[in-house]
Ligand binder design. Structure first.
Ligand SMILES: NC(=O)c1ccc[n+]([C@@H]2O[C@H](COP(=O)([O-])OP(=O)(O)OC[C@H]3O[C@@H](n4cnc5c(N)ncnc54)[C@H](OP(=O)(O)O)[C@@H]3O)[C@@H](O)[C@H]2O)c1
Length: 235
């Protein structure tokens, strides 16, 4: 499988969980990786275990200034970008009356506004390479679960934005894929207030395999949206 060899791929939230699994899978397939998350030490530790990392860049994807700095560095070093994986995300599990304004803003800014900022900055570089945008969304982009109001609002919004982008970027030859996983065995599941058995969930490398599959379809086809759920069903 050589489709990804030499391709420049940026993954946000790459220090752990799904982002780390995605970088491992794409790096093993020959991609040249740019990895991004907020905490440099965690990011460096993760990058040391991944083949193909060429740039380790600490940035908060909710901050316009960080995003601008990141893309100055990417443009200077790589000139273009083949794939952007918007994966960084947060999750709040609380009944609506206990959801604070800070919870609300954190979810909206990290899970939705970051897609606006990152995609807007990446677009000229992606268009130059007829690239591919992959947004890691959630089953909560389509279905409502109790105690997830801020997260669900952000992920529904993110799916709407992704669908509009797909139509607007089609004429530029940029493909847009949304991945909607159900509960996955990462640190994010610690937010639940009930016991969860990690082995019953999707594993991060299962999501990474789906991302790889979407990226390696021939340019004439586009994987638009994939729902990946645990075989046992919803939590
Ligand atoms: N786990 C699930 O059950 C599940 C299900 C469906 C969808 N998802 C989605 O999958 C994606 C990845 O989640 P995960 O489960 O892998 O979570 P995770 O294990 O908590 O990892 C989140 C990653 O995002 C980074 N991050 C968080 N806020 C950031 C910010 N403002 N700027 C830059 N990086 C930031 C974190 O690093 P730093 O903290 O160092 O920044 C970390 O690398 C999210 O979009 C999530 O909504 C998860």
């Amino acid at each position: 499988m050589d489709e990804l060899r030499g391709k420049v791929v940026l993954v946000t939230g790459a220090s752990r969980g799904m982002g780390l699994a995605i970088t491992r899978t794409l790096g093993s397939a020959g991609a040249r990786l740019i990895v991004v998350s907020r905490h440099l030490q965690d990011l460096r530790r993760a990058a040391a275990r991944v083949p193909g990392v060429e740039m380790t860049f600490p940035a908060d994807v909710t901050r316009p200034r960080d995003v601008a700095r990141l893309f100055v560095a990417v443009r200077r070093r790589f000139r273009g970008l083949d794939v952007l994986v918007n994966n960084a995300g947060v999750f709040t599990y609380k009944p609506f009356p206990r959801t604070t304004e800070a919870d609300w803003r954190r979810n909206i800014e990290t899970n939705l506004t970051s897609l606006f900022l990152m995609t807007r900055a990446a677009l000229p570089l992606l268009a130059r390479r007829h690239g591919h945008l992959v947004n890691i969304l959630s089953i909560s982009s389509r279905e409502a679960f109790a105690n997830c109001s801020a997260y669900t609002a952000s992920k529904f919004g993110a799916l709407g934005l992704t669908r509009v982008l797909r139509e607007e970027l089609r004429p530029l030859g940029v493909r847009v894929t949304a991945i909607l996983p159900g509960s996955t065995n990462t640190r994010l599941k610690d937010a639940f207030d009930f016991p969860v058995r990690g082995s019953d969930l999707i594993q991060p490398e299962d999501v990474a395999a789906v991302v790889l599959g979407a990226l390696t379809r021939p340019p004439r086809t586009m994987v638009e949206e994939i729902i990946l759920m645990p075989s046992r069903g919803k939590l």
